[in-house]
Design a protein. Structure first.
Length: 75
């Protein structure tokens, strides 16, 4: 769930529409909404692709990402 929230926040910060991100990722808008909602049935490949498109770094965690995760967890 936390990753989905991070993806949604990054998409909105970058002023990217759900349609734009879904098209770039080759997925439906419905699947993108499920990813952002944290649906555990979303395929990991689709989640990783969307995360990359919106700029969420998954494996090389920077301080900015850690701060963003902490802010989401504390809200």
């Amino acid at each position: 769930m936390l990753l989905g929230q991070l993806v949604r926040k990054a998409r909105i910060e970058r002023k990217m529409s759900t349609l734009n991100v879904a098209e770039r990722a080759g997925i439906s808008r419905g699947l993108l909404r499920r990813i952002e909602a944290g649906d555990p049935r979303s395929t990991i490949g689709a989640v990783f692709e969307v995360a990359a498109i919106v700029g969420v770094r998954l494996f090389d965690v920077e301080q900015a990402t850690i701060r963003r995760l902490n802010a989401i967890a504390n809200s």
